[in-house]
Design a protein around this ligand. Sequence first.
Ligand SMILES: [Zn+2]
Length: 412
Amino acid sequence: MKPARKWPVHPAPIEGEALSSWLHRLAAGFHMDTFELLQHGLGLHYGLADVLHNKALPSVDIEAPSGLIAGLAERTGVSADRIHAMTLAGWTPWLLDSVQPMAGAFHNYVHRSSVMHGPRSRAKTMEEEWRAWVPDHPIKRACPDCLADPERQGLLLMWHLPIMLSCPIHHRLLEPLVAFVGGPIWSKDSTDLEQRPSPAVLEMDRRTHQALTTGKVDLPRRSVHAAIWFRLLRTLLNEVSTPAKYWGPGTRGLRAAWAASGHRVRAGQGVWKPFEALRWPIQSQLLEAAAAAMDLLGRGAALGKGEEAALFSPEPERAVYAGSPPCKPNPPPKPVSVQVSTYEDHWAKIRESMEEIMEIARGDPSEAQVLYNFMLYGCRTPEAAERVLADFEELGIAIDQMEHKPPIGPYA
Ligand SMILES: [Zn+2]
């Protein structure tokens, strides 16, 4: 059999480019569309749905048929390994365990480590088939500065995934893109050009970029393999997304992270869903909260209760050299006075706790529902329940997303 002829001058893939984008650029060079290139340029007769369509991103960007990779390698001279790396299948098992959704995958990927939560807090999980990072809803984004560069006129694979908020090269937010046809067509939902990513977001995305380009990430205590980094990031995203009632000893740190992000607790989610099933506006806020949590840990401004929290914490200060001149002996410990809590102290604690509970309920409709259900236990009449709702409104707790009559109520 004669070896296939190499194509004449054709564009080389850009580092990190998605296979669908490169196919599109190759086809454009021959004045074809991608499907025509596959049929006439490569002699492949795939159905359109087999290669270009998918719920979230083009199926060739998830896993390309081996015949397509081999044909492209023959005609372009680009190695099959490099082409494989333009698909998510080329990133297994580092970025994800498998491109095929699998039962039990969520637990294996997300619950192997813990950062802010205590190590035994496994409140939210799913047994159904799942795969990491591949979104249920398409999220096409791109960096305007990258696309303004004549040498970088392609779309990167990671721009399809909810894993980064910014461009690590140009330090600006990725913008929603409608399509790339001869040039970018930006969505009217593009952010204000003056809006810059926070230092916390830039640092998180710098680490992800380092994982993607070097296979390791330098954390404050030590370097970790890229596979560990992607799992730590996904674990943290699950922790900031878990309903507040499961936060346990990590509550203080997680509340601080959400406050630093500037968003409502849990991005105002009602029912918990895995990160991949959420819409981009929620995913982007969860990424910001994860970045804020890492930043607080890195500055020693919050404590994580998980087993891997120390990886993000600053290096412990070295012990001071204790040679000559001799150190002053430590002063004797002061006697500890035993405090006896008074009745007023107990009420002060209850008031403080109520303030905290109401604050959580203001930012989280599911927590508002829990508080409402609890308050109903003191109500003997429907009118009393109405008064609870009026009190909620007065306290700034949204009631529009609440089920006002829980299935089991004191007067049901
Ligand atoms: Zn860029």
